[in-house]
Design a protein around this ligand. Structure first.
Ligand code: SF4
Length: 691
């Protein structure tokens, strides 16, 4: 197998401007906005595909915007006319124009206003250049190289000129253009507007490709800065421009052929140097996949045949050369006590991992975490050739992998799970695969001033809202996850809910007029009159916060978001029960529930009371009702009248005593009402019988 080193250029991948633009799209989507981008936000099919799958639309003209849709202007920027049009349309706009591009727009506008023609070095078809042209009020010309620039200057005819460059313009070509020009000519102003990110990426790529046998440039085929990187690298060594790891695999045979040619030329002991760089639109996870796949491709090479290698060389070559900072795999060969794990890393040296480099959880012993024979992914912390030892760390690899996962999750807006380790000033710290994520109190999902300790040791779900890659810090938000879930539940509810649907939900809050019930991310209200067939004064008479209630939808209004719920079921209507089971002439036991001057009300079944008129209390004349009955007394009464229409019941104790003759005074009627007040009324109507 060939020996090799893969080096990734420090500046490979997303630049500041693209990173910012992509994050702004993910953020807008996570806020539940309808989002459109004016052209692809980045020249990368994988990223664009993912954003489209999450709902972002790509439009080619602002006229395609729908009302209320948020337009995101990408890092390339747009002509001034587009801003003017957007002002008229009143759609929400997120301007992700890279600040370096916005600076060129300012220069273009100022120089045009000062009466100078603007000469722009770049590709006239590139959207960034078209955007710059749109800030020059038509007094501009785009040129591609020094020759075209010279013609333009020769034709200037005494007019003032200002020269700017597309941010991704080739630094070397820019030198060719500018170096021959006078430096202090007030009629010829030169603004070097090439972005440092681009220049740094190009010079890193140039330096790396000079030291490499092979180079891989990862990035979109339409990304001009990636194409320029390919041009720079291919001048120095064999270079492939691929979009992703899958395309790299398609070139595996060519790459292996090139590896073989290098080894044949330089000898099998030669350590192959493979460089990787990537354009400004290439996300970190694609670079990582390219690295991994490149290793796997090279691992399949065999040393050239018939090479003469002596035994000592062969033995030496059979061992890996270990370097500080290298990531490698090792197999656990022994566990010594509570402190150390010995590892075979296929090198001359013995590898060891101290407990603190094995895990950040100091309550664990090595034997809790690994066993002999386990293969571990490790990073080399220290190589001590004199002692023949290599100090390794698993914890740091776990953190690196965890942090890579955090970055991927941030890009993808993925929800992560972690355990809250501690409450600190201003928020919480949660552990997510070995990475400590800070969750500000305002993003904890708890109310303002709530005690954050309730989340201690709890599993929480959050999205990453900010990452500082250099300091390896990540900031998470539980609140955004809760909001997204609530929004999704609400959208689903409004899509499917209809009058009559039954739900079982928890009572979230009570007011004087009703109870609010959670229907699964959205609350509906049960009016106090709908809570019980009996007369109640307030919701808390029959339900409490936290109770589970079966409810059904009485009415829905998607525009106001109001959902009226019912709880009482018609089959439980006590009047219906009463009329099904009782008739005039029946003798029943009833409980006196109230006493008035004209008689006593007695409850026959729950929710149904009848009146025993004072004249019906006894065969004797009664002067005072309380002389015969009092609240709580159980009395035997005869049902002497049922008025179905008015829902009134007349009762008589006198008739039970055998005196069925009507008294001189006509008995008042008794009232029962099963009809609750209208659902939106302030409070339930009074039960007539008790009024
Ligand atoms: Fe901004 Fe430079 Fe990136 Fe262009 S390359 S988006 S100018 S940071």
């Amino acid at each position: 197998m060939a020996r090799y080193e893969i080096t990734t250029a420090k500046s490979a991948g997303f630049c500041f401007g693209v990173d910012r633009a992509v994050k702004l799209v993910y953020q807008a989507l996570s806020e539940g906005r309808r989002v459109a981008t004016l052209g692809p936000i980045v020249h990368n099919d994988a990223v664009v595909g993912d954003l489209q799958a999450r709902g972002a639309r790509i439009i080619s003209d602002v006229s395609e915007l729908t009302p209320g849709e948020t337009l995101i202007i990408r890092a390339h920027g747009v002509p001034k006319a587009v801003y003017d049009r957007l002002k008229e349309m009143q759609n929400p706009v997120i301007d992700a124009t890279c600040p370096f591009v916005a600076r060129i727009h300012r220069i273009a506008a100022e120089q045009t206003a000062a009466g100078r023609d603007v000469l722009i070095a770049g590709d006239p078809k590139h959207p960034e250049v078209q955007g710059i042209v749109g800030h020059c009020n038509e007094n501009c010309t785009v040129f591609r190289d020094a020759k075209e620039l010279k013609c333009l200057i020769d034709r200037k005819c005494g007019k003032g000129l200002a020269i700017v460059a597309q941010t991704t313009y080739n630094k070397l070509l820019w030198g060719d253009c500018i170096d021959p020009l006078p430096k202090n000519d007030p009629d010829l102003l030169i603004f070097d507007t090439i972005c440092n990110a681009t220049a740094a990426r190009q010079s890193d790529a140039d330096a790396l490709s000079r030291q490499s046998d092979l180079m891989i440039v990862a990035g979109g085929k339409h990304s001009s800065n990636t194409v320029k990187l390919y041009d720079v690298c291919s001048r120095n060594c064999r270079t492939w421009h691929i979009e992703d790891a899958a395309e790299l695999r398609q070139h595996a045979d060519e790459i292996l052929g090139a590896v073989k040619a290098v080894l044949e030329e330089k000898g099998s002991g030669h350590v192959l140097r493979i460089g990787i760089t990537a354009g400004a639109s290439t996300p970190a996870y694609i670079i990582k996949e390219v690295q991994t796949n490149m290793s796997e491709i090279i691992d399949t090479t065999a040393a050239p045949e018939n090479e003469e290698i002596n035994f000592a060389d062969a033995l030496d070559q059979s061992f890996r050369k270990i370097r500080k900072g290298e990531r490698l795999k090792g197999v656990v060969v022994s566990i010594s006590g509570n402190n150390e794990v010995m590892v075979d890393v296929g090198a001359k040296q013995t590898g060891y991992i101290t407990l603190s480099e094995l895990t950040s959880d100091t309550s664990k012993k090595p034997s809790d975490l690994v066993k002999v024979g386990d293969e571990l992914e490790l990073v080399v912390i220290q190589v001590n050739d004199a002692e023949g030892m290599v100090q390794l760390s698993k914890r740091r690899v776990d953190e690196m992998i965890g942090f890579e996962n955090i970055l991927k999750a941030q890009e993808a807006g993925e929800v992560l799970e972690g355990t809250v380790l501690s409450v600190v000033k201003g928020g919480l710290v949660a552990d997510c695969d070995g990475v400590h994520v800070f969750i500000p109190a305002s993003q904890s999902g708890l109310g303002r001033g709530a005690d954050l300790n309730v989340l201690l040791k709890q599993k929480v779900r959050f999205v990453i809202i900010d990452v500082n890659e250099q300091r390896r810090r990540a900031v998470g938000s539980i609140r955004q996850v809760q909001k997204a879930e609530r929004d999704a539940a609400q959208a689903k509810f409004w899509e499917t809910a209809k009058v009559g649907d039954v739900f079982t939900g928890e009572v979230k809050s009570l007011t004087s007029y009703g109870a609010f019930v959670d229907l699964g991310g959205i609350d509906g209200m049960v009016h106090v009159s709908e809570l019980s067939w009996s007369r109640i004064h307030q919701p808390s008479d029959v339900v409490a916060v936290g109770d589970t209630l079966e409810v059904y939808i009485k009415a829905l209004n998607p525009e106001t978001g109001r959902i009226s719920l019912g709880h009482r079921r018609p089959e439980d209507n006590p009047w219906v029960k009463f009329t099904n089971e009782y008739q005039v002439g029946d003798v029943v036991e009833a409980t006196v529930v109230s006493v008035t001057a004209f008689g006593a009300f007695a409850r026959i079944i729950t929710g149904v009371d009848g009146l025993i008129h004072i004249s019906e209390l006894s065969t004797e004349r009664v002067a005072n009702v309380k002389d015969v009955v009092n609240v709580g007394d159980v009395v035997t009464v005869k049902i002497t009248g049922i008025d179905t229409e008015k829902k009134r019941i007349s009762l008589s104790m006198r008739a039970v005593a055998g005196d069925d003759e009507a008294p001189a005074e006509e008995a008042d009627e008794v009232v029962y009402s099963d009809e609750a007040p209208a659902a939106e009324a302030e409070a339930p109507a009074a039960d007539d019988a008790e009024a």
